[in-house]
Design a protein around this ligand. Structure first.
Ligand code: FES
Length: 226
């Protein structure tokens, strides 16, 4: 009697296929990790906007350049104007002190103020000689610059012109002026120029040497009464 006992052999699951070589193993690993692109035909966004980015960058650089240049020029012009703007002008071109009214006796010889380039006189209306006041009564400030070619005109008390002594007489070409600065002789095109006079309540005199009026036969009418 045969006691044949059949035993079933349990099925052994198939082992996964293993790469045959190390190189294949790496290929498989890399293949499994590859990122799939949803739409391989699509152009990357960075590539689409690169032209616009270049244009805007160029515009920005140009604007920065011109803006910087403009600011630099503006600063230079401002500095130049600030340098040229007259402030606290002293001497000729600005206010120049000329003493006090008590310093000027009526009818006396003119006094020179070199700092302001002018002569100052207190004209006496009774000084009726040809080189006198012309009937004026008060202070007059005369720019010493000859209206002809700019020589400095002196007052010469001893200079005699047509029998009368005491005149302004230009040493360059002989232009001659009365005590009121009125031209009576010479090539000068006009009388001596006058300057603005200011007198405060204490009698102190200031001559505005930057405020000059071209001379004329009406010089005697321009005096400042004291
Ligand atoms: S500059 Fe005075 S007369 Fe010529």
């Amino acid at each position: 009697m045969t006691n044949e006992t059949e035993t079933e052999t349990p099925e052994v699951p198939e082992a996964p296929a293993t790469p045959s070589t190390p190189t294949d193993a790496w290929r498989a690993a890399l293949s499994s990790r590859k990122t799939e692109v949803a739409n391989p035909g699509a152009v990357p966004a960075a590539a689409v906007s690169s032209l616009e980015t270049d244009v805007s960058r160029r515009t920005f650089i140009q604007a920065s350049f011109w803006g910087g240049l403009g600011l630099t020029l503006l600063g230079s012009v401002g500095t130049l104007l600030d340098f040229l703007y007259p402030r606290n002008v002293r001497g000729f071109g600005g206010p120049v002190p000329a003493g006090n009214v008590k310093d000027f006796a009526k009818g006396s010889d003119p006094k020179q103020f070199s700092e302001g380039q002018f002569w100052m006189a207190n004209l006496d209306p009774t000084e009726s000689r040809p080189g006198g006041s012309g009937g004026a009564d008060g202070l007059i400030a005369l720019w010493r610059k000859c209206p002809h070619l700019g020589c400095t005109v002196p007052w010469i008390s001893g200079f005699d012109y047509e029998g009368d002594k005491g005149w302004y007489r230009c040493p360059c070409h002989g232009s001659t002026y009365t005590k009121a600065g009125v031209r009576v002789f010479g090539p000068a095109p006009r009388s001596m120029d006058t300057m603005k006079i200011e007198i405060d309540s204490a009698g102190n005199i200031t001559v505005q040497t930057g405020t000059i009026t071209p001379g004329g036969p009406d010089n005697p009418t321009r005096v400042t009464k004291i």
